[in-house]
Design a protein around this ligand. Structure first.
Ligand SMILES: *[C@@H]1O[C@H](CO)[C@@H](O)[C@H](O)[C@H]1NC(C)=O
Length: 435
């Protein structure tokens, strides 16, 4: 007869075993993807050639122009897929501008005046503008990830009238150890050069040459972080931890708030900054712009909303003016990974890698339900039922392709229902009208 202690011990081992096993299986199913990837919605999209591969696309909505961060060397430096061979990287990347006012026009490559040194762009973002009309100058921030170096952020000025891009300065920090995407949504700016505060995601917790990276990949560990940069302190520090492969960070509805798309986490998460503890968040510093003593506040990012997508979300965008909400995801992450490895070896790809665009649609739900269902027919009357119903975002797939026409998405940008999607392995991007 086994002792009661032994029985309790065995039961505990079994419970812990199952608790560890289920998330592993869930992640495995997510990364494997659906058996068949359906094809629909491509007629709403146009393929636009860009003679490069792009890691990010963003839209400057005042000017109605798209910016793409592209690099012909991308097949040899896909950090998000943990694939790289620095010996094959010969050419520099560049930023490209695409005029949304002229549908189907060719994107134009921009040279950066005054910039020297290698340029391998990943994420990019624009400083928020106070101009309602067309700003004469836009501050552009771009993550420059040179192989075997810590990524840094280049501050550039774009003058739309002349289509000219000018180098301003470089921001370096140890905290940018695996920086990929970037989002500027704050209120603080450097008083002399207009550098805004910004958030940067690290796609992994460890860099490519760190031995821990292998384990992070193998066990899909949530080790990534979000970093905040304060332009007047000229200092960056981590403000978010334990993320599972973030692929996009975009401004949400309020300053110092953002949406984060988590690839292997299969969620979209909205964070907002709160002053939780002035003692811990406020700091006296000497401002780098005015050289005066000032008090700066570090964001206290708190999770406000989570959407479970059951998808490997690689990109998302949110247009606060129109409330347009779009994501792009990998239908089969493991196929994409296989493709990345084949492209690194210059081998002929064995399979196709597709993409899915999903649209966030707001439906009424009943309050208090653990997994509220969309009540598509319920008319939401705020006066009559102020507490029984609320609005909640649900994602619906609007374009899906198995890779025969487009695939390997890297980012999505939206202005209203006009949507651009960039690709890591296709020398085209998509321009879609999804209204
Ligand atoms: C990568 O991480 C290792 C270990 O922390 C460190 O020694 C190395 O300098 C880092 N490399 C880069 C390019 O940051």
């Amino acid at each position: 007869m086994p002792s009661p202690m032994f029985l309790v011990g065995s039961a505990m081992v079994a419970v812990i075993g199952i608790a560890a096993y289920l998330p592993v299986i869930r992640t495995k199913t997510l990364l494997e993807g659906a058996e068949v990837v359906p094809n629909f919605g491509m007629e709403k999209c146009q393929r636009i050639a860009v003679p490069s591969y792009c890691d990010d696309v963003r839209i400057q909505r005042n000017l109605n122009i798209g910016f793409l961060a592209c690099d012909p060397s991308f097949p040899y430096r896909n950090y998000a897929a943990s694939v790289f061979d620095e010996s094959k990287i010969k050419e520099d990347g560049a930023l490209w501008v695409y005029d949304l006012n002229k549908r189907g026009s060719a994107p134009e490559k921009l040279t950066i005046k005054g910039f020297k040194g290698p340029f391998h762009p990943s994420g990019l973002t624009f400083a928020p503008t106070s101009d309602d009309g067309t700003p004469a100058r836009v501050v552009v921030l771009v993550v420059n990830h040179v192989p075997l170096e810590t990524p840094r952020v280049e501050v550039l000025y774009y003058y739309p009238a002349r289509k000219s891009l000018v180098y301003k300065k470089t921001i370096s920090s140890e905290s940018f150890h695996a920086a990929n995407k970037i989002g500027a949504s704050g209120k603080v700016t450097h008083l002399n050069d207009d550098t805004p505060s910004f958030f940067v995601t690290n796609d992994h917790g460890y860099n490519l040459t760190n031995w821990k990276r292998e384990y992070e990949e193998k066990y899909n560990l949530p080790a990534s972080s979000v970093v905040y940069y304060h332009p007047r302190a000229d200092r960056a520090q981590e403000v978010g931890w334990r993320f599972q492969m973030p692929g996009a960070i975009v401004p949400a509805d309020a300053p110092d708030s953002y949406w984060l798309a988590l690839g292997k986490g299969a969620t979209l998460e909205r964070y907002h900054s709160h002053m939780v503890s002035a003692e811990h968040q406020e700091q006296r510093i000497r401002a780098v712009d005015t050289h005066e003593g000032i008090t700066v506040a570090w964001p206290g990012m708190m999770l406000e909303e989570t959407i479970h997508t059951k998808k490997v979300n690689i990109g998302m965008d949110y247009d606060a003016a129109t409330k347009a909400f779009y994501t792009v995801s990998h239908p089969k992450w493991n196929n994409y990974l296989q493709h990345a490895k084949e492209r690194l070896d210059d081998a002929t790809p064995t399979g196709k890698v597709g993409f899915v665009i999903s649209k966030g649609i707001s439906y009424t739900v009943r309050m208090g339900e653990v997994r509220p269902k969309p009540l598509k027919d319920v008319e939401f009357d705020e006066d009559e039922f102020p507490r029984r119903f609320k609005k909640k975002l649900f994602l619906e797939d609007v374009v899906s392709n198995d890779g025969s026409e487009f695939g390997a998405p890297s980012a999505i940008a939206a202005t209203g229902d006009r949507v651009l999607v960039s690709s890591h392995y296709d020398q085209h991007f998509l321009d879609c009208d999804l209204s």
